[in-house]
Design a protein around this ligand. Structure first.
Ligand SMILES: [Zn+2]
Length: 172
């Protein structure tokens, strides 16, 4: 359409249930159809990351889900029954064997990103990842630049009421 801004059309969101027994981690992945703007549930983090990594060149549409078209009802709605976070479009897929994990802070101010290694270690910085790859040559093909610590944006309008006061944003 030629008039895209970075805010509306392209972000790929992930949705989260309100804090539950499993904590504040992501339980649903979703993508918005470029044509009808319905939200489609994405079956797994892996598929989601695949879509996210090339969404600029290959926008998401309903037909990408097998047997689904724009005429079918959406899978979920963007509303405050869940907390939504928007991942940056175009982020690379998590290197094979690793898992990208995101946890929302208790005050909903931001998400923290870490990676779980194939051996189950939790790494919180790129330096730790570099050291791990250095020490575990089996994973030396994992591109360091594909480990992304940029957290998705927490959508203010989907934060449940009653969450303790957050640090006020600088006035605009
Ligand atoms: Zn559609």
């Amino acid at each position: 359409m030629g008039e895209e801004t970075d805010t509306a059309a392209t972000p790929v969101p992930v949705a989260m249930k309100k804090a539950g027994p499993l904590g504040r981690s992501i339980d649903i992945y979703a993508a918005e159809c470029e044509k009808c703007h319905k939200w489609r549930r994405i079956v797994s983090q892996e598929v989601y990351e695949e879509i996210r990594s090339k969404i600029r060149e290959d926008p998401f549409v309903c037909e990408k889900k097998e047997g689904i078209s724009c005429g079918d009802a959406g899978d979920l709605n963007y509303d405050s029954s869940r907390t939504w976070v928007l991942d940056k479009p175009g982020l690379p897929k998590t290197p094979r064997g690793f898992k990208r994990s995101l946890v929302l802070r208790k005050d909903y101010s931001k998400m923290d990103t870490y990676y779980i290694t194939p051996t189950g270690k939790k790494l919180k910085t790129r330096n730790q990842i570099a050291a791990f790859i250095d020490a575990n040559q089996d994973y030396k093909n994992a591109p360091l630049g594909d480990f992304i610590f940029t957290a998705p944006k927490v959508m203010e309008d989907t934060i449940p009421s009653g969450v303790p006061e957050r640090t006020p944003k600088p006035s605009q």
